[in-house]
Every structure is written in structure tokens, then in C-alpha cells.
Design a protein around this ligand. Sequence first.
Ligand SMILES: NC(=O)c1ccc[n+]([C@@H]2O[C@H](COP(=O)([O-])OP(=O)(O)OC[C@H]3O[C@@H](n4cnc5c(N)ncnc54)[C@H](OP(=O)(O)O)[C@@H]3O)[C@@H](O)[C@H]2O)c1
Length: 232
Amino acid sequence: MPSRKALVLGGSGLTGGHCLDLLLQDDTWGQVSVLVRRPLSLTHPRLIQHQVRFDDLTEALAEIQVDDVFCCLGTTIKKAGSREAFYQVDYTYPVEIATLSLAGGATQFLLVSAMGANPDSSVFYNRVKGEVEQAIDPLGFRGFYIFRPSLLLGKRQERRPAEEIGQKLATGLSFGFVGPLKKYKPIEAKTVASAMVETARNQPFGKQIYRSHQIQAIYDQRVADDDVTQKK
Ligand SMILES: NC(=O)c1ccc[n+]([C@@H]2O[C@H](COP(=O)([O-])OP(=O)(O)OC[C@H]3O[C@@H](n4cnc5c(N)ncnc54)[C@H](OP(=O)(O)O)[C@@H]3O)[C@@H](O)[C@H]2O)c1
């Protein structure tokens, strides 16, 4: 495959940070751009950081030509301060970035959504996640890959007490997430990032939705394939 160019959104966050690390270790991508509000303390010969204002992305994205967009943006209503501010990060920015990057030649868009995403949901968070999926779908990417993880596991810089309780409970009860409950099993953010990178490399056609257990399966297959390659 010729050398591809990636764009990462949310590179300072948990899932986006893992995406960045994995993309920079992978020769498939000859250039990895990241849009950030504040510079990252990360340097790499293939990494280009763009410090931008997210409420005015037109100019920045006009200068960045990429193939694959990894959208790991997100916030919480508490952190954002209001439902409107949450909506801007979880809906408006991803849709704008998708529209502008497609116009610039991007062919694949990978979106971290969430389990429960549904535009008709009565739960605001799930509704916004469903709406953002629904808005990007008709834009016409060659590949639009939606990842719907359950609770994300991983080390965060900030404290999120509700998620920490969820993580502890889920770790203790992990044996119970079988059969129809497997889609609820919490998942490492690194596993999600790895499945995203693997999917971008495989380039399936059209819209694909990956639920949490399917994300885990992509990752497990990748690890198994690597083991076979190493043993040869
Ligand atoms: N947490 C969970 O358990 C969970 C479960 C399922 C799905 N999800 C979804 O998965 C996605 C990734 O989650 P995560 O926990 O990996 O994310 P995260 O660690 O909270 O990182 C969020 C990223 O979004 C950026 N961001 C937030 N507000 C912004 C703003 N106003 N302008 C520009 N950038 C902004 C942050 O940049 P700064 O560093 O500049 O703030 C950061 O890079 C999100 O869409 C989330 O809803 C999360």
C-alpha cells in the first residue's frame, strides 16, 4: 500500500493518544497530523502538530490533505459546562471536520462513538452520538467506520469519579460479561485505538459499525496474526 496520511482529532485524550502512538509506529502512514488546542509534548519525524481554534477550522483544514481521519474528540456535559458546549465538541466539530476533510480528499473517516448511540434516544448523550453518526454517513466517504465502545478503560490525567467506580465494578465483575452481555464489557481505550488503526489499514468498503465486543475481536485477531508472524 502506498504511504498514507492520517489526521488525528483528540490526540491529547485517552483514545486519541493511543491512536497517535500506534500510527507513529506504523509505516503505513508516512505522515500523521494532529489538530490540538494546546501543543503536545510529543515529537516524531512523521508527526505534524497543528494548533488550531476548533470553532474556525476551515482555513486549517484547507492546508491539510489527508487520507484517513481518526476522530476521537469528546467531552462531558460537566467538563464542557453546558449541553450546548457538549454538543459542539461531540457533534458540530466532528461533522465540520468530516465535511472539510472529505472536500480535501480524505477517503476514510473513523469515528469513536459510544455504545447506545441512537438519534431517537431519550438520553441526551446517546442521542448526540446517534446524530453525529447519522450526519456523517451520507457525506460519502469510501469508508465510514463507527466504533461504539462500552466504558473505556485506561489511565487518565484527570479524575472522573463516576468512570473510576464503573471501571472498578466492571473489573470485579468481568467474568459476568458473556453471551448477550458481552457488548457491555468495558474495553481498554488502547484496544479501541488498535482496532481503529487495523480497520483503517484493511480499508473495508462503506459504512461499518463495530460494537464493543467486535472491537475487541478485531484487536484479538490482530494479536493472533502477529503471534503467527513472529513464530514463522
Ligand atoms: N469515557 C468512556 O468511557 C467512553 C465510553 C464510550 C465512548 N466514549 C467516547 O469515546 C470518545 C473518546 O473518549 P476519550 O475518553 O478517549 O476522550 P478524552 O480522553 O476525554 O479526550 C477527549 C479529546 O477531545 C478533545 N476536546 C475536548 N473538548 C474539546 C474542545 N472544546 N475543543 C477541542 N477539543 C476538545 C480533548 O482535547 P483537550 O486535551 O484540548 O481538552 C481530547 O483530546 C469520546 O467521543 C467519548 O464520548 C467514551
